[in-house]
Write a new protein. Structure first.
Length: 259
C-alpha cells in the first residue's frame, strides 16, 4: 500500500506547470476529434498525434521510449482493455469503439488522459458501455477532496459500474503523476469506503477505470503490451489527471466539451 511519505505533494508553482501540460493534452484530443474516422489505421492516429504534439505544441510525447515502448500513444479497439499498440494493419471500422490514451510532457511535468471514440454506427450495447464507463470515472473524481480516501474513490467507481451490470478490471490501476509518469500512489478502481490513503491538497494522480462488458478477467497478448478481455467481450476506459485542491479537485486534463 502507498504511504503518505512516498507521495509527492505538488506546490502551486508545480501545479501551474501541470495545468499547462494538461491543457496541451486536451488540445491533442481536440485535434484528433476532427480526424478519427473509419478507414484510418491505428498507426495513422499515432502519427497524427505525435506530429501535433511535437510540431504544433512544442511538447514531448511522454509514452515514447517509456519502458521501451516505441509509440506516442495506445489505441485499444473493442475488446482490447488497455495498452493497444498502433499498427499499420489495424484499420478502424464502422461500429468500432476505440480508446486513445496519450501522455504529454512539457516543462518537466507529465499529463495523462484517454478518451473513447465511437466510430460510425455503434451498437446500443457498445454505446451504453462507453457512456457508463465515463460516468463511473466521474463518480470517482467527484469524491476527491482532502480527507477522503482512495477507498472512497474506488468504491464510487465500482458501485457505478457494477450496478449497471459491468465488471471492473483489477489488474491495472491509476497512478500518481508529476515529473514521472508513474508515481505513488496506486489508484484502484474498486474498494471500500474509508479505507486506503487519505487524500491531501497537492496530490496529483490519474483516475482511469477499465470497465468490461463481461467478466473482469483479462490476458496479456504475446506482444507484451496489449491487454484483452478473456471472454472477448467489449471493454471501455476513460482517464483524466486530477489534482487534490483545498476544497475538492481539479481535472488538469479537462477537455472543452466537458466544461
Amino acid at each position: 500500500m502507498s504511504r503518505v511519505s512516498e507521495v509527492r505533494l505538488k506546490s502551486p508553482d508545480e501545479l501551474k506547470v501541470m495545468r499547462r501540460s494538461g491543457q496541451l493534452l486536451a488540445a491533442v484530443f481536440r485535434y484528433l476529434d476532427a480526424h478519427l474516422a473509419p478507414g484510418l489505421s491505428t498507426m495513422d492516429i499515432n502519427n497524427l498525434a505525435e506530429r501535433y504534439i511535437i510540431d504544433e505544441l512544442q511538447a514531448r510525447p511522454a509514452s515514447k521510449g517509456q519502458y521501451g515502448y516505441q509509440y506516442a500513444l495506445n489505441t485499444s479497439v473493442n475488446h482490447v482493455v488497455c495498452h493497444g499498440v498502433p499498427s499499420d494493419s489495424q484499420t478502424l471500422k464502422n461500429g468500432d469503439i476505440v480508446n486513445v490514451d496519450i501522455t504529454l510532457e512539457q516543462g518537466g511535468y507529465i499529463a495523462d488522459s484517454s478518451k473513447m471514440y465511437m466510430l460510425g454506427s455503434v451498437s446500443p450495447l457498445a454505446r451504453r458501455l462507453v457512456e457508463k464507463t465515463y460516468e463511473a470515472m466521474w463518480a470517482g473524481i467527484k469524491v476527491v477532496r482532502p480527507g477522503a480516501t482512495l477507498g472512497d474513490v474506488g468504491h464510487a467507481i465500482q458501485q457505478h459500474a457494477t450496478q449497471h451490470g459491468y465488471s471492473i478490471v483489477r489488474d491495472y490501476c491509476g497512478h500518481g503523476i508529476g515529473r514521472e509518469m508513474h508515481e505513488e500512489p496506486q489508484v484502484l478502481h474498486f474498494g471500500q469506503k474509508g479505507t486506503g490513503l487519505v487524500l491531501q491538497e497537492g496530490m496529483t494522480f490519474t483516475i482511469e477505470p477499465m470497465v468490461n462488458q463481461g467478466k473482469a478477467k483479462v490476458k496479456l497478448k504475446k506482444d507484451g503490451w496489449t491487454v484483452v478481455t478473456s471472454d472477448k467481450k467489449l471493454s471501455a476506459q476513460w482517464e483524466h489527471t486530477i489534482a487534490v485542491t483545498a476544497s475538492g479537485y481539479e481535472v488538469l486534463t479537462l477537455r472543452e466539451e466537458e466544461q
